[in-house]
Design a protein around this ligand. Structure first.
Ligand SMILES: [Zn+2]
Length: 302
């Protein structure tokens, strides 16, 4: 082979070796950690800090019902660590093969405490199309005790990958754990006065919140930006006959017209964001703190 053909060959080899996707290439030596939701991204970022590169894809809508492209899946397959929420979160999981040895189900430690969605309330069609919540409830982290266990699973996965950084990872975890425990105490205090107050959920995502903090929440399946149809309003009326809720929890601020119509019926809207996706402002902890302060400001109504 002469020099020219060697360089041509080397050039083509280089070009063909270039990743076909824009998968984030972590700086040399940093493990790539792919996660399926924002709570896990936040925990990984807090615990791993500069030692890792966290990849949480930009997702429009609820990451639980995300439909990744082949390119998106390839990014996960290239990861050094894949953090799953478990509890049937990330419905796409069943359609893609991920390397078992790199995959961690962060809720496996409390598998026996997972809750079922009691009734699969009417299908609603939001921005991202219709979806169903039948089966296992998946917003596990709204029980902050579960959130701590999931963060511990993240720590363990990172320690396995970076054993030399064990002390740093454990220290970062402890700092996070303290904040989560404090948050749990605040949530307990905010929820306590509401123990006897029937609450409505606009979306069936509050099972763990209700169970852990003694709240009585029954949910419809509405979207904040979509005026419910007549059947939707009837469903709420039916729910309130047995469960006279005058407060409705929302994943985000509902459209003004919905909030106004609820108000006419004596129902106040309160935002309690599960924060499964990356928020426009702040981080997981600030969103949770804002949730708790709104919940704490609710005056019990009977
Ligand atoms: Zn939903």
């Amino acid at each position: 082979m002469n020099r020219l053909s060697f360089f041509i060959l080397a050039f083509f080899l280089l070009v063909s070796c270039k990743p076909a996707t824009d998968a984030p290439v972590p700086p040399a030596g940093k493990p790539l950690v792919c996660v399926v939701n924002y709570p896990l991204a936040y925990f990984a970022e807090r615990i791993g800090g500069d030692l890792i590169a966290v990849h949480f894809p930009k997702i429009d809508g609820d990451p639980a019902f995300w439909k990744p492209s082949r390119v998106d899946i390839r990014k996960f397959q290239q990861a050094d660590v894949i953090l799953l929420n478990g509890a049937t979160y990330a419905k796409w999981r069943g359609t893609a093969t991920l390397p078992d040895s790199k995959t961690v189900d962060t809720s496996a430690g409390f598998l026996y405490l997972l809750l079922k969605v009691k009734v699969d309330v009417a299908h609603q069609h939001g921005k991202a199309g219709g979806h169903s919540h039948s089966g296992t409830a998946f917003t596990t982290w709204l029980d902050l005790g579960h959130a701590v266990q999931q963060a511990a699973a993240v720590r363990d996965a990172l320690v396995r990958r970076l054993p030399k950084s064990k002390k740093t990872l454990e220290g970062n975890f402890t700092a996070l754990q303290n904040e989560l425990s404090e948050l749990g105490a605040e949530l307990t205090r905010a929820a306590y006065p509401l123990a006897e107050t029937p609450l409505a959920g606009s979306h069936p995502v509050y099972q763990y919140l209700a169970s852990r903090y003694g709240l009585k929440i029954k949910s419809v399946h509405w979207e904040p930006e979509m005026m419910p149809d007549a059947a939707g309003w009837e469903e709420l009326a039916g729910l309130r006959k047995k469960h006279p809720a005058r407060i409705m929890l929302w994943e985000e601020e509902p459209a003004k017209a919905i909030a106004a119509k609820l108000k006419e019926q004596g129902v106040t809207s309160v935002v309690f964001a599960p924060c499964g996706n990356r928020p426009a402002a702040g981080d997981w902890l600030t969103v949770m703190r804002a949730n708790i302060s709104r919940l704490g400001a609710v005056v019990p109504k009977k």
